[in-house]
Design a protein around this ligand. Structure first.
Ligand SMILES: [Ca+2]
Length: 489
């Protein structure tokens, strides 16, 4: 079924669907009862597992996120589907492993020729997420939601790949990473776009967190009559990190701490806007990060402790993220979920809340985790296994099944500290490794030799999943003309 037919069918069936609200209390905003809940996803860039007060940061102060956790649920075993930006975002938006939608290996145009281009999109990449993919925004727009994308997109910067072609009514942000240089008129850095137009180049990065927050708050306040979906994908704390003058020099954790504390301020502004508009108890707010910390940058990067390693690797620190969800009245306050859940699960879960159907004409890897979010007694992870993929590779490198995590033998990446104290990303040859994450969350003790049966079983799972995914994958968007975008190099 094509996207248009699918969305049309959803609209036709809408009247018959039950529309569960998020909150049900008397404080519910006027006119919000009986309509599906609003959804806010706040997605940061390269923030580490430890970089929130409620996840154990010793120095970074995040009172608003801590309040969200105190009033909602904190997930301890929440995963992204890639340890770098573009594929992780593709998974969030589509509910699929990036390999399923061919958003794992990219190309770049060099002198008119398409060449291998690594694990993320660049300003000279001619492709993006296929416009026929059905995103969370498509599903919600089909249910009458107002939809806004604010922040970093990174799923293709050509006009046919921008957020407004993926279900968003509006877009304000940078189209790819803030370290990607677009040399033009002697300037460098990413452009800031509103919808399809460049409005500032280069983007003034020290003001981005503040301006994204203001844009998000304006959008929330403008939605008196309709349910809304806000996807706020902060540019920070991806290198180069910047904070506004209000926050600069304030955190005991240095500039990186300033950056996170400004993001936390933004969370507070959003919660305040939800409260003041009466939407608070009718809104699901999700906070997480797109991948682990960029450890190569030392103090300018984050921390994933007690997890091993960070961005660009398939260790826990690369792919397990801090995650907090809040929906007063439905998500019990101050709870912790230790089951495996992923960003891919947000699409089917949000579809359920909005009374939309999960696309049935294609494989969706995510599963409905509402029972986990709401603490239903006895609820367990809907995933028998979770698969880890190394950036720019096509076959799974590792699998988690229950407490066990198995790595296939072969080349792998890690962040290595050199003798002179520098951190480098290096490739090394590793044997088969098995870790018990329940007793060894830091992946320090290889117990493969003592558990041959587990090794055999999990190896079989990787092979079977690889075969299934390869047989049921979909293409990335076709290559376009770089000259069609004002954001191209
Ligand atoms: Ca990232």
């Amino acid at each position: 079924m094509k996207r248009r037919d699918f969305l049309g069918a959803m609209g036709a069936g809408a009247a018959a669907l039950v529309l569960p609200g998020c909150g049900t209390t008397a404080r519910q905003g006027a006119g919000q009862a009986g309509r599906p809940p609003n959804v806010v996803i706040i997605f940061t860039d390269d923030q580490g597992y430890q970089d929130l007060g409620c996840f154990g940061s010793p120095l970074i102060r995040t009172p608003h996120l801590d309040r969200m956790a105190a009033e909602g649920v904190r997930f301890t075993d929440f995963y992204v589907a890639a340890s770098v930006c573009s594929p992780s975002r593709a998974a969030l938006m589509t509910g699929c492993y990036p390999q399923r939608v061919h958003m794992n290996v990219f190309t770049r145009l060099v002198k008119g020729e398409e060449k291998p281009g690594g694990g993320v999109l660049f300003q000279n990449s001619p492709r993006g997420l296929h416009p026929d993919e059905i995103t969370i925004a498509d599903l919600l727009k089909g249910r009458g939601y107002a939809t806004a994308c604010v922040g970093k997109w990174h799923l293709g910067h050509l006009p046919q790949f921008l957020p407004m072609r993926q279900g968003f009514d509006s877009y304000f942000g940078i189209p790819y990473s803030n370290d990607m240089n677009v040399a033009r008129d002697g300037k460098s850095g990413p452009p800031l776009m509103r919808n399809g137009t460049v409005v500032e180049h280069p983007a003034r990065q020290d003001t981005l967190t503040r301006r994204y927050t203001e844009e998000a708050v304006r959008f929330i306040r403008a939605q008196a009559d309709r349910p809304f979906f806000l996807y706020l994908a902060h540019t920070m704390p991806h290198i180069p990190i910047h904070a506004s003058s209000t926050f600069l020099g304030k955190s005991p954790r240095g500039l990186y701490g300033d950056v996170i504390e400004e993001i936390d301020w933004g969370v507070g502004e959003i919660l305040k806007a939800l409260d003041e508009t009466g939407a608070d108890e009718h809104t699901l707010v999700v906070f997480t990060s797109d991948n682990g910390p960029w450890l190569q940058f030392g103090a300018r990067g984050g921390s994933a402790l007690p997890l091993r390693d960070g961005k660009g690797t398939v260790f826990e620190g690369g792919m397990r993220e801090p995650c907090v969800m809040r929906c007063p009245g439905r998500i019990p306050a101050g709870t912790i979920c230790r089951e495996v859940a992923t960003t891919m699960d947000l699409l089917p879960t949000i579809a359920r809340l909005a009374g939309a159907s999960v696309p049935g004409d294609r494989v969706i890897d995510g599963r409905d985790i509402w029972p986990l979010m709401t603490g239903r007694p006895g609820a367990t992870s809907p995933h028998e296994a979770f698969y880890y993929y190394q950036p720019a590779e096509t076959a799974p490198k590792a699998v988690r099944c229950g407490p066990w995590k198995l790595f296939r033998p072969g080349p792998r990446y890690e962040t290595h500290k050199t003798d002179d104290g520098k951190f480098v990303h290096r490739r090394f040859d590793a044997p088969v490794e098995l870790y018990h994450l329940g007793t060894d969350v830091g992946e320090t003790r290889n117990v493969a030799g003592e558990n041959p049966e587990v090794v055999r079983r999990l190896t079989g799972m990787i092979e079977a999943f690889d075969k299934d995914l390869t047989a049921h994958s979909r293409p990335a968007g076709p290559a376009g003309d770089l000259a069609s975008s004002p954001a191209s190099a």
